[in-house]
Design a protein around this ligand. Structure first.
Ligand code: FES
Ligand code: FES
Length: 163
């Protein structure tokens, strides 16, 4: 067992976990943040993407202990109170979800993509950068549209929003 401490969505947490506890299981089962999904066991689907110190990571590919001391943001921490994050609003506006299972990961990856590219983002780049996120409904068109819309709205200002 190991004690891990980190900031999750602005809240300091500290818990004793098994050494082998995955970050995604720590978030979902120990903290109850079930917005982060598990969609595969091969690190391919991206449903588990969260931000670790401002960068998108697949939380199924790292141990909770590896996130010790880090700042983690999950989909639950993206909105500003009752006000949706612009990327969440864009997914709603542009119908960027069908079953919704991949959506948290898509949005967290999208925020990271926009943070890195700002308003220079184009469709080909979004599609390339989203290769680590799978939508089994195959509805990529509106997902890409929503990310581009949010990028256009927020531009370089997203750099901080993703952190
Ligand atoms: S659950 Fe992490 S990539 Fe699929
Ligand atoms: S909306 Fe169904 S898996 Fe993405």
């Amino acid at each position: 067992m190991v004690t891990v401490s980190m900031t999750v969505n602005g809240r300091q947490v500290s818990k004793e976990v098994e050494d082998r506890r995955l970050l995604v299981d720590f978030l979902r089962e120990d903290l109850g943040l079930t917005g982060t999904h598990v969609g595969c066991d091969t690190s391919q689907c991206g449903a588990c993407v969260v931000h670790l110190d401002g960068k998108a990571v697949k939380s199924c590919t790292m141990l909770a202990a590896q996130a010790d001391g880090a700042s983690v943001k999950t989909i639950e921490g993206l909105a500003d109170g009752a006000e949706l994050h612009p990327l969440q609003a864009a997914f709603k506006e542009h119908h960027g979800l069908q079953c919704g299972f991949c959506t948290p990961g898509m949005i967290m990856s999208g925020a990271d993509i926009i943070a890195r590219h700002g308003s220079d983002l184009d469709e080909a780049t979004v599609r390339l950068e989203l290769e680590g996120n799978i939508c089994r409904c195959t509805g990529y068109h509106n997902i890409v549209k929503a990310i581009l819309a949010a990028a256009g709205e927020m531009g370089g200002g997203m750099k901080q929003a993703a952190e």
